[in-house]
Every structure is written in structure tokens, then in C-alpha cells.
Design a protein around this ligand. Structure first.
Ligand SMILES: [Cu+2]
Length: 171
């Protein structure tokens, strides 16, 4: 089993656990809901990268991930994005911010107006939350129109350097 496979399996188990923990009223039926873990707090080896920041991997690519990379939900369904759920409290130090792009926007279409600012804030990819960015949060979004939506971390380095994005397929 490769490292990548192990991460994927762990993430899948976690998504199942989150789904089971949701109250019955939220479970709207087949594909009425989906859950995405937004960042993997405990992945790889520990390393301090700055005051108060512990990146849990020598290469942050394992941590700066959406699991699953593609979530599927029916039109009208709700996707729950959980930031930082996997980490031990001492490792919940890296903030994230969920942004969902309009239909038709791909990773190469994202406009970074100010390359020196941390937030991307592309009007075509409005922030869902948390606001301000946080290492520990749960945010939800309802998807009414079918299509394939790009979901990214609004913190520019996470997106540009670590490709922290995924997809929601609405059918
Ligand atoms: Cu991020």
C-alpha cells in the first residue's frame, strides 16, 4: 500500500465517521449530503515551520488536501466541509478557508488580483467560510444547480503552492 493510498483510506474512514455523527435530520437521503475533510491535520512527519505553526509533513502536500478530492451530491444537496477534524489539538494550527467557484471555473481560471495578499478573493470563487480563516471549523453549502464545481482554499499559498483544491459534482 502506497503512502498516498493509506492517506486516502484514512480520509475515507474519517468521512464515514463524520457522516454517522450527523443528526438524522441532516441526512436528506441518497446523495442529499456529502462530507469533505478540508485539510489533513496529521499527515507525514512533524516539523516546525514557524512560530506557532506545525506542518505535519516534510512536504505539505499530504496535509493541504481535500478528502475526498471529488464529492458527489444531488441537486439541492448540502456539502459539509470540516476544517482540521483529523488533527490532535496541538496540530490544529494551519488555518484554511473554503471557497466554492461558479460553474465553469477551473483551477487555471482563478484570478489572483493581488499576488502579495494572502487571500485570493476571486469574485468567481466566493468564500463560504470560515471567516476569518480558521484551523478548526465546519461550514456547509447547498448546491442547487447540477454541474462540476471547483472548491479551493482561499489562502493563496495553499492553492498556488500545494494545489489545495477539489471538486463537488452535483447531479
Ligand atoms: Cu488552506
Amino acid at each position: 500500500m502506497t503512502r498516498r493510498t493509506r492517506f486516502a483510506v484514512g480520509g475515507a474512514l474519517l468521512v464515514v465517521a463524520v457522516a454517522v455523527a450527523l443528526p438524522a435530520a441532516v441526512m436528506a437521503g441518497p446523495d442529499g449530503t456529502a462530507s469533505v475533510q478540508f485539510g489533513n491535520a496529521d499527515r507525514g512527519s512533524t516539523g516546525d515551520v514557524g512560530p506557532g505553526i506545525v506542518l505535519h509533513d516534510a512536504s505539505p502536500n499530504a496535509q493541504f488536501n481535500l478528502v475526498p478530492g471529488t464529492a458527489v451530491v444531488a441537486a439541492g444537496g448540502i456539502v459539509t466541509f470540516t476544517v482540521g477534524v483529523a488533527g490532535s489539538p496541538s496540530n490544529k494550527t494551519v488555518p484554511h478557508q473554503v471557497a466554492v467557484c461558479k460553474l465553469g471555473i477551473g483551477p487555471d481560471d482563478v484570478v489572483i488580483a493581488n499576488p502579495n495578499a494572502i487571500p485570493i478573493n476571486d469574485p468567481n470563487c466566493p468564500v463560504v467560510g470560515p471567516s476569518p480563516p480558521s484551523p478548526l471549523a465546519v461550514v456547509q453549502k447547498q448546491f442547487t444547480e447540477p454541474g462540476r464545481y471547483l472548491v479551493l482554499c482561499n489562502l493563496r499559498p495553499h492553492f498556488t503552492e500545494f494545489k489545495m483544491y477539489g471538486w463537488v459534482n452535483v447531479h
